[in-house]
Design a protein around this ligand. Structure first.
Ligand code: HEC
Ligand code: HEC
Ligand code: HEC
Length: 222
């Protein structure tokens, strides 16, 4: 086991432990004795979801953003986002920063070395194409852009089983804050008209036909 795999399996174990503890304490609260399901913790529907409601303003100072505790002194020493985001490449959604571009251009340097000065990101360049039954372009999930920020254990195995097409994902789940929506709409770009094509980025093959339902295929009157 090298340093990286060790770190990953360790964080996996920590995450699993935290998850089990969490799931268990919830089960007790609900008086539910069933084994906890393997689902990620979510805080409820996606409040950042702009299909539901437009926020009045963005990038408020930390004490007013509804995320940081205004009672905590340290909140007031945080930099105002408008100041912090100055000079970063912009986007038309979320908090108006294109974070992937910012990282690609070297404008940001995530602190991989915070706990261990020799730690390096474990970036994996693997695209997963998810064919979509509807007529919208297919979804491409890029591992590179994610693993430049995140650990494998941020997604595997609690949010996604690491196997292509083994996970059932839908827009309704995402909008409810599950699957991709655990992050998208909360800490990464939201789901709105301007962002459909960021995920739905692979055009359908020229000869694509909508799949017929079983009922249609079996229709004896056809
Ligand atoms: C942001 C979430 C996320 C992160 C972080 C992440 N993955 Fe994945 N991974 C996915 C998704 C989504 C799939 C596709 C699952 C599906 O199609 O059902 C996937 C699929 C995989 C697969 C299956 C590939 C195949 O062809 O079957 C492997 C292996 C994998 N990931 C390994 C990793 C490793 C190793 C890391 C860390 C370097 C990592 N993943 C980080 C979300 C993530
Ligand atoms: C964060 C990534 C992401 C964004 C943004 C996104 N989608 Fe999706 N979408 C997905 C994934 C993943 C699936 C599931 C694909 C599959 O079947 O495996 C999906 C599925 C769908 C489907 C198929 C039916 C369903 O509900 O599963 C439709 C239609 C769709 N998206 C439309 C849209 C539209 C319209 C937008 C913009 C308003 C959008 N999507 C934005 C990731 C995204
Ligand atoms: C654990 C958190 C997390 C999950 C889960 C997650 N993402 Fe992301 N995603 C991010 C972050 C962080 C970024 C980079 C910041 C940003 O672009 O907002 C990102 C960026 C992206 C990008 C932009 C790449 C670019 O080049 O601009 C795409 C596309 C994307 N995600 C698709 C998906 C899809 C599809 C899923 C579900 C299958 C998903 N993500 C699940 C956190 C996540």
């Amino acid at each position: 086991m090298n340093q990286k795999t060790k770190a990953i399996s360790f964080s996996c174990a920590v995450m699993m432990a935290a998850f089990m503890w969490n799931a268990q304490s919830h089960a007790t609260e609900a008086g539910d004795k069933e084994a906890p399901l393997m689902v990620a913790e979510v805080s409820g529907p996606n409040t950042f979801n702009l299909n539901l409601k437009k926020p009045k303003s963005r990038n408020l100072p930390p004490a007013e953003d509804g995320i940081h505790d205004p009672e905590n002194e340290a909140t007031h020493s945080l930099q105002h986002p408008l100041e912090a985001y100055k000079g970063l490449p912009t986007s038309e959604f979320g908090n108006y920063v294109d974070w992937v571009k910012a990282l690609d251009q070297g404008k940001l340097r995530p602190r991989w070395d915070r706990a261990d000065p020799n730690d390096e990101p474990f970036v994996m360049d693997l695209d997963i194409v998810r064919p979509v039954k509807a007529s919208v372009p297919d979804v491409v999930f890029p591992h590179r852009q994610h693993t430049e920020w995140l650990l494998c254990s941020n997604c595997h195995p609690a949010i996604f089983v690491p196997q292509r097409l083994a996970n059932q994902i839908s827009m309704s789940a995402i909008l409810l804050g599950q699957k991709c929506g655990v992050c998208h709409g909360k800490v990464s770009f939201p789901v709105e008209t301007k962002t459909c094509r960021k995920c739905h980025s692979k055009p359908k093959p020229a000869d694509w036909q909508p799949p017929l339902s079983e009922a249609t295929l079996k229709n004896p009157w056809k």
